[in-house]
Design a protein around this ligand. Structure first.
Ligand SMILES: Cc1cc2nc3c(=O)[nH]c(=O)nc-3n(C[C@H](O)[C@H](O)[C@H](O)COP(=O)(O)O)c2cc1C
Length: 470
């Protein structure tokens, strides 16, 4: 079976895990789906959620597909209880890229329904307003495809699109993104840029789109590697681009040189509203979809936003750090860091000062990271309680914390500052917290259950039926 969105949902359904919640009750399109995700989070639950009955729309809406590391594990076919294996598997698959192939089976599923001209109406899609202060309704997890006129290479990236009319939507492109560079190249040659935005596919497509590399890097080949099968592509109906044949929906169109709209305020990933800004507009020339489509949404000011790209970032850091600290055990960018602003690193320390060295290597490798915590390999970096316990019991701030002021940081960090502290700007203060135990003196032994007992006792054998969990 082809690995698409419905394949993934079925996998979750039959996994025996709590990672999918299916909601039959009718729900209003705006504000409620995100509210349900917040309510689940308050109970410590971060499942994918399938809303089967959205008022006014016949399409089910899948959301929260990246809300936990377990869901990333499912996407890479790793046992979700083995969190430490997820990054290893990601790096293995990412290194084995598989080039896309042409779909050869007649009408592609994504072309079962084709709408052009007067039939185009973005309003018919179950695109929601996520948060009360948002300026409107946004497509938040569309993958935008465009072609670089210089190299001929296809670029894929996730961009947000605010609905601006039946056949018009915004496209917020940070100027550093590849798609923005490509747009500039088309526009300086006096041409519009053709685009195709696909919505709804296996999560590997989004993880692949967030992978990091040079402009020529083929995100769809990375996706193929992550899936373990080639992405099948089909030509678009109104633009000269290829799109995944098993996507749920594709929106085709053009970005003209002189067409802009306001975007925002928008509830951003760090949990604060971003200010309005002027963005380019896509004039839509076709909407195509499967005959029984599933809409895919992502709650942007929620942990799932940054989780989409977390493995690509962790892999990049892991590779760089291992050159400096060969006994590196793991790297994790937890969701509490809002946008990769916390980084936990575990090492098998070989020399005094190696913890600090690892911290410096992290800060030198990724400008987003603000707070690095280095731990010994007995600490589970996927368990924030353990990391905080290491800080509580192994750190003396004057000796183990290093503070670096006035360093470049993330512009969406609301506490970032400029040349003066009262000015807003791109600078942040970085901290290294080295919790690794000293090598040159005795440190008390950690209390642990005896290994032979831990390995031989099955908790389920001691719990009453009905209280045995998954
Ligand atoms: C859910 C999600 C939404 C995103 N939205 C935007 C956006 O609206 N604008 C933007 O510039 N980057 C956005 N990004 C970041 C880009 O998708 C990401 O940097 C990507 O690698 C850019 O691809 P490109 O440089 O190959 O075009 C988003 C990322 C995710 C995961």
């Amino acid at each position: 079976m082809v690995k698409d969105l419905r394949y993934f949902i079925e996998k979750l359904r039959t996994s025996g895990s709590d990672d999918l919640v299916e909601i039959e009750r009718q729900i209003p399109r705006d504000l409620y789906m995100t509210l349900i995700q917040e309510k689940l989070a308050k109970e410590g639950r971060y499942p994918a959620v399938l809303f089967k009955n959205v008022a006014g729309h016949g399409w089910p809406v899948a959301t929260g597909l990246f809300s936990s590391y377990s869901l990333l594990a499912h996407a890479l076919e790793v046992d979700p209880t083995e969190k430490e294996r997820v990054l290893e598997e990601y790096m293995r698959r990412e290194a084995n890229q598989i080039a896309p192939v042409l779909f050869s089976g007649g009408t592609a599923p994504v072309h079962e329904i084709v709408m052009t001209g007067e039939d185009i109406n973005l309003e018919n899609l179950p695109v929601q307003q996520h948060c009360a202060g948002d300026s409107g309704r946004y497509i938040t997890i569309g993958c935008m495809i465009c072609k670089d006129p210089v190299s001929g290479v296809t670029n894929v990236g996730t961009y947000r699109h605010e609905l601006k009319g039946p056949a018009r939507m915004g496209c917020m492109m940070n100027p550093v993104q590849h798609a923005a560079t490509i747009r500039n190249r088309h526009h300086s040659a006096g041409r519009s840029m053709e685009v195709a935005v696909f919505v709804g596919h296996h999560p590997a497509y989004h993880i692949g789109a967030a992978s990091r590399g040079p402009l020529e890097h083929d995100e769809l080949a990375v996706t193929g590697g992550l899936l373990g099968e080639a992405v099948e592509l089909v030509p678009c109906k109104t633009v000269d681009l290829m799109v995944p044949a098993y996507a749920e929906v594709v929106i085709e169109g053009r970005i003209h040189q002189d067409s802009f709209e306001m975007d925002g305020p928008f509830a951003e990933y760090a949990g604060y509203y971003g200010a309005p800004m002027k963005v380019p507009v896509i004039d839509v020339s076709a909407i195509t979809h499967r005959k029984d489509p599933i809409w895919h949404d992502l709650f942007p000011s929620f942990r799932e936003h940054t989780q989409v790209g977390v493995l690509g970032r962790e892999a990049q850091l892991f590779r760089r750090l291992r050159e400096i600290v060969p006994t590196l055990v793991g790297v994790h960018l937890p969701p509490s860091g809002a946008n990769f602003w916390h980084c936990y690193v575990s090492i098998r320390k070989r020399a005094q000062g190696e913890g600090k060295l690892a911290g410096l290597a992290v800060l030198g490798s990724n400008y987003d990271v603000k707070h690095v915590v280095i731990v010994d390999d007995d600490i589970d970096i996927h368990d924030e309680g353990e990391v905080l316990w290491a800080i509580a019991t192994r750190v003396q701030a004057d000796k183990d914390c290093s503070i670096i002021t006035n360093s470049f940081g993330a512009h969406l960090d609301p506490s970032a500052y400029g040349e003066t502290r009262s000015e807003r700007g791109p600078m942040t203060t970085k901290v290294i917290i080295d919790t690794t135990r000293p090598l040159n003196r005795q440190f008390p032994e950690r209390v642990r259950p005896a290994k032979h007992l831990w390995d031989s006792v099955n908790l389920r054998d001691y719990l009453p039926p009905g209280n045995r969990g998954a």
